[in-house]
Design a protein around this ligand. Structure first.
Ligand code: GRF
Length: 202
């Protein structure tokens, strides 16, 4: 069975969409894949409680408890591999899915999961990497905004684009209304993009 580990920092609505889709579309039977654990850098991430209630292994690796980015990433890596690497030939999960995980990862961490880590970013990359994407799209007068699923590389919000979803920017949009419109599309796009990746790798 292929193991998928999801990393979150907040509400985890994308993580929930992924888990629901995986169960509804029987990834276990059809693709030989399962979401096996959800990890967060924040103990109070709302998505953790949901994951635990839905029978998933959960863990917290608090970035504030580590003196450096390297130390945090080493601890996170150990936890991901402990929960997702069991029974795998190389001791690592098959896929690490970042879903609103708000930490910048070190090149060593990215190299450890090279070719098997994806992220969703709330803009049409390569436009607007980084934070405050919706406000920046509004400020620039964009008529369209959206979200991108991409492979994770050492450069923030770069890496091959796997899928994109586009929504209109409406005249009276605020960052909040635009974010909500984009998020609805993220929930549809991310599970399908991950499913396609799993199919490709079989
Ligand atoms: C999403 O907009 C995602 O694109 C970005 O962070 C947000 C996470 O939302 N990376 P949620 O935690 O999945 O609800």
């Amino acid at each position: 069975m292929k193991n998928i580990v999801i990393l979150i920092s907040g509400g985890g609505s994308n993580m929930q969409a992924l888990v629901r889709h995986a169960r509804q579309h029987e990834w276990g039977k059809r693709l030989g894949a399962q979401v096996c654990a959800v990890l967060s850098n924040k103990a109070d991430a709302a998505g953790l409680a949901w994951a635990a209630q839905n029978g998933l292994a959960t863990a917290v690796v608090d970035h504030k408890a580590h003196a450096s980015r390297d130390a945090f990433d080493a601890a996170l890596m150990a936890e991901i591999d402990r929960l997702g690497g069991k029974g795998r030939p190389d001791g690592k999960p098959d896929l690490v899915v970042l879903a609103g995980f708000m930490r910048i990862l070190t090149p060593g961490f990215v190299a450890h999961y090279s070719g098997r880590m994806v992220n969703i970013h709330p803009s049409l990359l390569p436009a607007f990497p980084g934070l405050n994407t919706h406000q920046r799209a509004i400020d620039m007068g964009c008529r369209f905004a959206g979200a991108t699923v991409h492979r994770v590389t050492a450069e923030l919000d770069h890496g091959d684009i796997l899928a994109q979803a586009v929504v209109p920017v409406l005249p009276d949009d605020t960052a909040q209304t635009l974010a909500a419109r984009v998020l609805t599309q993220e929930h549809l796009m991310y599970p399908k993009a991950v499913e396609n990746l799993l199919k490709l790798n079989t």
